[in-house]
Design a protein around this ligand. Structure first.
Ligand code: FAD
Length: 459
């Protein structure tokens, strides 16, 4: 069995893989050595505002002890979202709630949606990883080249150091160097045309009370504007404009935003983003939105890239997991696929640890490829159909319906209750796609068109 497992990328897939492998392997192989290398500095890990965790993502994080670590931290735990209110941005009309709980308050498989700061999730995952003596994590290690011999793989980092192991997991995200250098050279990431322009700030930035309890999506033909509290005290707000952004704006933003500590250049890039958000979402029926946009100067740009579908996932001693293998068009479930990749791989590897790596990789790919392809096809089809109709994806096809849960006694269970799995069936991706697939029902399409054309917006 490989004794030294190298993981490039200490994000969601990499940290999950390390914890799942340590959990599954250490009872039988206590000498295993799992080394994670990430290009970023530790303090900048988890940049990128807030993200939503689906029930299935939380189910796995619960099993690995990460949800417990997250809930232990109080304010960092994020906010459990029972429902997202959906509105027409221009008229202010309510288009119905997207529910993550049934009428008794139970979430899907026992979990609702959770909006959490990326930095908080990263810290919780790192804390759990550091509980295992077998796991080491090094930051500031950017992979620059790789070489393989029959039984080993060697990594070179851009600081001139090298390391050697017998198994390599490429968990280095959508622009993966493990993919482009070793596993599937030429398979470069592609820009989807859609970006998040987002801001994270104290909720008191706006003096008016918000018009939603936890989270709201505001739809317009030009994009959608998500606003969500991120912590139990409702002190932090995440606002993201999800819209088409031309690639040349991205290049310009990068050139300005990363121009060596040039504050004026950064300010100019942020003003350009502000202009984009204002022109698409500034005319809204909601005074709260108008004030947020007016008061916000520190917008940040996160373009969405994808990886060509049906590319290679493994070669010799290296396997790709998470976005490195299959970053999809925007879909608020992608982290769940990365987490599940890591958990399933750890299980298959631990079970067959003395088999040739190639057999383990093939078994893993057989277990994952169909599900990932299905999710990829569905997301791309839905986005394309909305774009073809001239509608910007309004997200959430079935936003008028609540989750269908099997009847069960209404029990008030806490997030990390071990009885949860016996009471609720585990959540699945299928169950989530009814909730979070990105398209509009025809009913919503009609409502939106009427609003876009006919309704006067209050000054
Ligand atoms: C704007 C935006 C919003 C999103 N919102 C959501 C959401 O709400 N819910 C959801 O489920 N998903 C969301 N996603 C998708 C989700 O973020 C990804 O699916 C998830 O982060 C994938 O995890 P990963 O570990 O594969 O990659 P990543 O999280 O990207 O981690 C990759 C790691 O590899 C490191 N790395 C990269 N290159 C190198 C190198 N050469 N050497 C060493 N290290 C390297 C990086 O520093 C990084 O830490 C969103 C994505 C974007 C862009």
């Amino acid at each position: 069995m490989p004794r030294r497992i190298l993981i490039v990328g200490g994000g969601i897939a990499g940290l999950t893989a390390s914890i799942a492998l340590a959990k599954d392997l250490t009872p039988v192989e206590p000498d295993v050595d799992i080394a994670i290398y990430d290009s970023r500095a530790e303090h900048s890990m988890g940049d990128g505002g807030a993200m939503s965790l689906t029930p299935i993502a939380q189910h796995y994080l619960d099993q690995l002890g990460v949800l417990h670590e997250l809930t232990r931290t109080g304010e960092e735990t994020g906010i459990e979202v029972t429902e997202i209110n959906i509105y027409s941005l221009r008229s202010g009309r309510s288009l119905g709630p997207l529910r993550f709980a049934d009428e008794t308050g139970r979430g899907y498989g026992g979990y609702k949606s959770r909006r959490v700061l990326r930095s908080a999730l990263f810290r919780a995952m790192l804390a759990v990883a550091r509980q295992y003596a077998q796991i080491s994590v090094e930051f500031g290690k950017k992979l620059s080249s790789t070489s393989t011999k029959s039984n080993t793989v060697t990594l070179q980092f851009d600081d001139g150091t090298t390391t050697t192991g017998d198994l390599l997991l490429g968990c280095d995200g959508v622009h993966s160097a493990v993919r482009t250098l070793l596993v599937d050279p030429g398979n470069q990431s592609e820009y989807t045309g859609i970006s998040f322009i987002q801001s994270l700030a104290p909720a008191e930035r706006v003096s008016l009370p918000s018009h939603f309890d936890e989270s709201a999506i505001h739809l317009t033909g030009q994009g959608s504007l998500l606003a969500s509290y991120c912590n139990p005290s409702h002190q932090t707000m995440f606002v993201a404009a999800i819209m088409r952004v031309n690639e040349h704006i991205i290049d310009r933003y990068r050139a300005l935003a990363y121009a060596d500590t040039d504050i004026a250049a950064l300010t100019s890039a942020q003003m350009a983003l502000r202009y984009q958000v204002r022109s698409k979402f500034g005319t809204s029926a909601f005074p709260w939105i108008r004030e947020w946009i007016e008061e916000t100067r520190d917008w940040e740009l996160y373009p969405i890239y994808q990886v060509r579908q049906r590319g290679k996932w493994h070669v010799d001693r290296a396997l790709l997991l998470g976005d490195a293998a299959h970053a999809m068009p925007p879909r608020e479930e992608s982290a769940a696929y990365a987490i599940e990749d890591a958990v399933i791989f750890a299980q298959i590897f631990a079970r067959g640890r003395d088999r040739p790596l190639r057999d383990v990789f093939v078994e893993y790919e057989n277990a994952r490829r169909g599900l990932v392809d299905k999710a990829f096809d569905a997301t791309r089809r839905l986005w394309q159909s909305d774009l073809d109709k001239g509608l910007f994806p309004g997200q959430f096809r079935d936003c008028m319906s609540s989750i269908q849960l099997p009847p069960a006694p209404a029990l008030d269970k806490t997030a990390d209750d071990p009885k949860r799995n016996r009471i609720f069936p585990p959540p699945t991706h299928e169950s989530m796609s009814d909730l979070s697939v990105y398209t509009l029902t025809s009913e919503l399409e009609v409502a939106l068109h009427v609003d876009e054309k006919g309704i006067k917006v209050p000054a």
